[in-house]
Design a protein around this ligand. Structure first.
Ligand SMILES: Cc1cc2nc3c(=O)[nH]c(=O)nc-3n(C[C@H](O)[C@H](O)[C@H](O)COP(=O)(O)O)c2cc1C
Length: 173
């Protein structure tokens, strides 16, 4: 938790929420210096504990999960609406266990302002998030139809609550 409340967290929320179902990137650098990104289309921007927070949903099976549990922070990198389709598809189907996605998708990393994890420079909007809380799902409490559709192999999502400590526009695509 940081002392300063990032008051501008909602400024670009509409742009963010329009692009989210099409895909945004979650990028993280773990304590061992490993960096990876993947596409996500689920998440929330909101307020908890009097702080602006982003919640990402990442399945156990993802390489990104391995990094996030060993990381202090992550960034959310949002393409200008409707752009970077190829990059989102690649980062949403290939694993950082097998390839360097930044190289394969020609994505340029740049330092973030307030966190260790880098940002993706080609994206138009950035959120920097410091890990506050991690929560597993309780399968017994999930609606049966949702469970059948989304969790036939019990690969549930872990929720990573990150305090939004900065958000800003970058030049992007
Ligand atoms: C549009 C789109 C949205 C996705 N959203 C999520 C998501 O919210 N959570 C998740 O765990 N996986 C999601 N995925 C799947 C991961 O991005 C995919 O499994 C990725 O290859 C994992 O990479 P990693 O093993 O390097 O972490 C999404 C994929 C696409 C194409």
């Amino acid at each position: 938790m940081v002392d300063e409340y990032h008051e501008g967290f909602h400024e670009h929320a509409e742009d963010f929420l329009r692009q989210l179902p099409k895909g945004v990137f979650i990028t993280t650098k773990d304590a061992d210096g490993r960096v990876n990104t993947m596409t996500i289309a689920w998440g929330h921007i909101g307020v908890i504990w009097g702080r602006p927070v982003f919640i990402a949903y990442v399945r156990y099976s993802r390489y990104t999960y391995d990094l996030l549990v060993n990381a202090e922070d992550y960034t959310i990198n949002v393409p200008k609406e409707g752009t970077m389709k190829k990059e989102l598809a690649l980062c949403g189907t290939k694993s950082g266990r097998d390839i360097d996605k930044f190289e394969k998708a020609s994505l340029k990393l740049a330092p973030a302002r307030k966190v260790q994890s880098p940002i993706i420079a080609e994206c138009a909007l950035q959120y920097e998030c410091k890990m506050l809380y991690t929560q597993t799902q309780e399968p017994a409490l999930i609606d049966d139809k949702v469970k059948e559709r989304y969790y036939p192999t019990h690969d549930t999502h872990i929720m990573f609550f990150g305090e939004i400590v900065d958000s800003y526009l970058t030049e992007g695509d």
